[in-house]
Each structure stands twice: as C-alpha cells, then as structure tokens.
Design a binder for this molecule. Structure first.
Ligand code: ARG
Length: 476
C-alpha cells in the first residue's frame, strides 16, 4: 500500500479541514476511518443528535426553524439507513461525520449548526453508552431465558441420581437437578454484574464537548433525561476519556463466558461415549464427513472456544486504555471493536446454550448406575460410622478407607460387600449400614440448606422459578 492520494479525493475533510491545504494520504484515511465498525452506532448517534438539537432550540441556541430542519433531516437519514439506502463512506471517517455529511446534502449549510456546543468526543462516548446499555438489556434477557431453561430441566430431574465429581473423579452422588441449578446461581451473579455495570454506565457524557465543557448555555440535565440517563457526568474530562464502563462490561462478559464454557465442557464430556450421560438431538449435533457414526456436540465446543474471544476482548480494551493521558485520544476509537465482538459472542453463546439445555436428554439409568460406581457412598459409610457407631470422624474415615480397599480387592461395590467382610474391619457395623450405601438414599439424606436432596432441589427450583416470575411481573 503506497501512501498516495487517490484521484477524486476531496482536498480536505469538510468537517475539520479549515486549516488543511491538502487531503489525507490514502493510507491515513484508511487507518483513521472507523465507519466499517462504528456504523453500528447509527441509531444511537441519531438519537443523541435529536436530543442535542431539541435542547439547543429550548435554550435559544438554535432557532426553532433550524432545529426543525435538522430534526427532519435526521429522521430522513434514519429511514435511509433502515431501508439500507444509506451509502456509508470511508471518506467521512466515522458514523458521526457520515450522518452529518448526509445531513448537509439534505438540508444545506444549516446542518452545520447541529454541532454547536458538542464534539465528536462527547458524541461517541454518548453513543457507545447508549449502545451498550441496550446490549446489556438484551444479554440480561438472554441470560434469563437460559435460567428459565435450567429451572425447567432441574425440576424434571430433581430426583435423577448421578455421580458428583471432584477432580473429575466420582466423589458423592448428587442429583442432576442440583447440578443444573448450580449454573442458575452462576447466571444470577452474572446478571448482577451486568446490572451493576449498567447502573454505573448510565450517566450522560453529552455536553462535555471536546474536553472542557462549552461556553454555550446548554442544559445537560435535559439531554441526559431525554436519553434515559440518570444524570450528566460530573467531569467533562472524565466524560470524554474514560471507558471503564466498557471494561467492566467486558470483564462481566468474560466471566459469564467462563461459566458457559464450564457447562459446555460438561456437555461435551457427558455426550462422549465413555460417559453417555446425556444425548443431544440432531438439532444440536453435527456429523463427520468421514466417520458415519459420529455425532459431535459442536455448539458446546464452540461455546467453550468463544471464551478465547471474550477474554481477548477484555485484554484488548484494557491494553488500549492503559496509560492514556487525559482526555480523549484517538486510541479510544478502538474501544468499539472488542465491545461489539464480546456482546455478539456472548449473545450467540447464550442462545445456543439455552437451546442445548432444552434439547439434552439425560440417560437416567446410566446416570444412576454411574452414581453407584467409584465407591461414591464411602462418605455416607464414614458418616454412618460416626452417627451409629460413635466413631470420631477421622477414625471413621480410616476405617472406611480400609473397607473400600477390601471391596476393591474383591471387585464389588460397597453395597455388594458382605456384612461379614464389613464386620471383620469394623465390628460395630450392622446390616443397617446398607441403607446409606444406596446412592438414592445418599442423596435423600443430603437435606442441609443448599444440599442435593431431591426435596431441597425441588424447593430451590420452585424458588428460582418464583424469582423469574417476579422479575417478569416487575418488568411489565
Ligand atoms: N471516531 C471517533 C471515535 O470513535 C470519534 C471521535 C473523534 N474525535 C476526534 N477528536 N478525532 O473515537
């Protein structure tokens, strides 16, 4: 790429070219342009401009006639963009100047009055906050959908016994409903983080102008209220130069992505032939072009992989942002790429995960059988020795270890071990011990708050369902 002017270039940019004799080199124009990605801000840009324009009129900074012409022009541009008729052009750098240039074509020089008491610096910060606020609302709704899918499945599987794992080694029996509701809780906190971020970002930078505020008698409260912001940002330098709200969003998105990747990983494992705990239907699997028997959980794998993008987006923005002197620097133009990318990836992952959670079919027999393997009720045995035989827990733990070893040697499960064998190791053992060695009994006994007993899981699912219903009522 050579840095030469292209034929037909305007000598200077109309919006800022007053003191420029020559136009930018082609490569300068290319590196400077953000229209390719920031055109996604068009609706927010128009909304912000309409609010600014109305305020200028109300404050007698702009005549009502000029204000009306500008507003009508902006509405026409909105229609053109909606209908796909708008010609976005790199020559106009970014979304703000693309719209302003078109406004000038439509209504003439009066278009130039819109930018009174405003800068692209406060304009773009306003646009991005508006965009992200709406994106957060969409993501929150998508997370609620996933929660609702998890509750439905958890309720149906409240008594489905499966092995619980630590270190991916069979640990203690749990219920599938309990396992699924663990993700409901993670999502509850993910939504809380997004809500916190939304609360803090919901202040208006508009009117901060380039960096110092303006000498025009603007009314920032009015524009803030018109755009649904809680208040105008208190410091103009901060307003145009901080992107902490975007970093917060990306951190929350990365964390939500990490949660989704864990469930995705479990789906991959559970679908594998070695586990075969669940199956996904044709709707959520793909085949192999060479191995006809294959049924691959690609959506789960891709959700697992998207964590890379989400983490990358967070690191990208933190890096762009670090060490920037106040106030605005062009570096900040790069903030949108990670924000859009993360929001898109997360929205897609949430929808795909919701689909998979609704689609997956657990194999209850296999789950139950697996829960009986790996001496999963060894802790129940130790607890029984404490309760029924009065052993100190540490001693009960040692004794149980010896019993497990004996069962292993004989190649039987704990429930299959003859009483004589048990008593040879621990004379206090009686036939009553067999009751706690059954995985279903084991989960039934875990009735502590937050525990895996089916009764607890049903109550937790009911509470979760209620909280979702309350939200829906509150949302109307
Ligand atoms: N396209 C720019 C951005 O996204 C708009 C602000 C440009 N401001 C400036 N002083 N050049 O950050």
């Amino acid at each position: 790429m050579t840095a030469t002017k292209e034929p037909g270039d305007e000598p200077t940019n109309r919006q800022w070219g007053g003191r420029f004799a020559g136009g930018p080199a082609a490569i300068m124009r290319r590196i400077n342009a953000s229209i390719d990605f920031d055109k996604r801000l068009w609706a927010e840009d128009i909304r912000g401009s309409l609010a600014h324009c109305a305020m200028l009129v109300a404050q007698n900074i702009l005549s009502p006639q000029d204000g009306a012409a500008i507003a009508a022009g902006l509405e026409q541009i909105r229609g053109e963009i909606e209908r796909g008729e708008f010609a976005f052009s790199e020559a106009h750098e970014d979304i703000h100047m693309n719209i302003e240039a078109r406004l000038a074509e439509l209504i003439g020089p009066v278009a130039g009055r819109l930018h009174t008491a405003r800068s692209r610096n406060d304009q773009v910060a306003t646009d991005l906050r508006l965009w992200l606020r709406a994106a957060i609302d969409r993501l929150d709704a998508a997370m609620r959908e996933l929660q609702s899918a998890l509750v439905d499945r958890a309720e149906a599987e409240a008594a489905t016994v499966m092995p619980g794992f630590t270190h991916l080694q069979i640990a203690q029996p749990v219920t599938l409903g309990h396992h699924l509701l663990a993700y409901f809780e993670m999502l509850r906190r993910d939504r809380g983080r997004l809500a916190d971020c939304r609360r803090r970002l919901n202040e208006s930078p508009l009117g901060a102008a380039a960096l110092a505020g303006t000498s025009f008698p603007i009314d920032r409260d009015t524009t803030a209220a018109a755009l649904g912001f809680e208040r105008p940002m208190a410091n103009s330098l901060d307003a145009v130069s901080d992107r902490d709200f975007a970093v917060e969003f990306l951190a929350a998105a990365a964390l939500a992505g990490a949660h989704l990747s864990r469930l995705a990983e479990e789906i991959v494992i559970w679908c594998s032939d070695a586990f075969a705990f669940i199956a996904l239907s044709d709707a959520f699997t793909t085949g192999s072009s060479i191995m006809p028997q294959k049924r691959n959980p690609d959506a789960a794998e891709l959700i697992r992989a998207k964590t890379g993008r989400l983490n990358g987006a967070l690191l990208a923005l933190l890096t762009v942002f670090k060490g920037l002197p106040l106030a605005y620097s062009k570096d900040l133009q790069e903030d949108k790429i990670p924000v859009f990318e993360a929001a898109d990836a997360l929205e897609l992952c949430l929808a795909a995960m919701t689909g998979m959670v609704r689609d997956l079919r657990p194999d209850r027999d296999r789950l139950r059988a697996a829960a009986g393997r790996g001496f999963a009720t060894a802790t129940d045995l130790a607890d029984w020795l404490v309760r029924a035989a009065g052993l100190p827990f540490r001693r009960a733990h040692r004794v149980t270890g010896a019993i497990v070893k004996r069962a292993e040697t004989l190649g039987v499960s704990l429930a299959e071990l003859p009483l004589a064998e048990l008593q040879a190791i621990e004379p206090a053992a009686t036939a009553a011990v067999y009751e706690v060695l059954d995985p279903a009994r084991s989960v039934d006994s875990r009735t502590s708050y937050g525990g895996t007993a089916p009764a607890r899981v049903r109550a937790a699912a009911a509470a979760a369902r209620q909280s979702l219903a309350r939200e829906r009522q509150g949302a109307v």
